[in-house]
Write a protein that binds this ligand. Sequence first.
Ligand SMILES: C[S@@+](CC[C@H](N)C(=O)[O-])C[C@H]1O[C@@H](n2cnc3c(N)ncnc32)[C@H](O)[C@@H]1O
Length: 221
Amino acid sequence: MEREIIKTLDGSTTIHLKEWDECYHSKHGAIQEAKHVFIKNGLSLFGNKPVSILEIGFGTGLNTFITFLEANQKQQNIDYVGVEAYPVDASEVLEMNYVTELGALEFDNIFEKMHKCEWNNKTEISTCFSLTKRKQFFDEIDDYEIFDLIYFDAFGYRVQPELWSTEIFQKMYNSLKPNGVLVTYAARGVVKRSMISVGFTVEKLAGPPGKREMFRATKST
Ligand SMILES: C[S@@+](CC[C@H](N)C(=O)[O-])C[C@H]1O[C@@H](n2cnc3c(N)ncnc32)[C@H](O)[C@@H]1O
């Protein structure tokens, strides 16, 4: 599929898939979206406690890098698993401007390490952050109660409805520990119904810039 690198409204880059007219991040601001959906409404619920995270769609590594920056500041231990079936080309990664846009030049080597580390092996990215990039399809995930938090960042329902199905959310539910939390930028009724049908309690929260709402789902016990 033809791809192009574009700038989103907050100045940060993303990848645009022309055929689908779908981006890896919000056109209203890739960094703003990542901070709002995944950090403010997800990671921050855990304070300074150690957190194990599953990311659905490692993609450009933006969510992973922002999570590292947060954790590093708080010296919080993070065990991060990023699942991705179609890794982004190294040439495209080089065109992503996240390190400069986040004012994180001193961690340039960390962003590079996140991309260069081996697939399917746990890598100590820093003393408090370990990363396992799993080259895997989402429907192959079969973890059981090992994650505290899921960043559900698949492409939208409009282009990949099969990834927002009860089958996939059942896998997400199973992989979370009791009281675990899933956050996503999505806010469609059909998505909420799938989440509820597998047992999640779903909250509608204010969305990131350019989007009214988003969901947070909890594995209540
Ligand atoms: C919205 S993007 C993720 C953006 C990413 N979180 C980031 O920060 O750059 C969705 C990702 O899901 C991946 N993907 C699409 N279908 C998949 C599937 N069935 N299994 C695994 N990965 C898939 C895509 O290659 C893409 O990287």
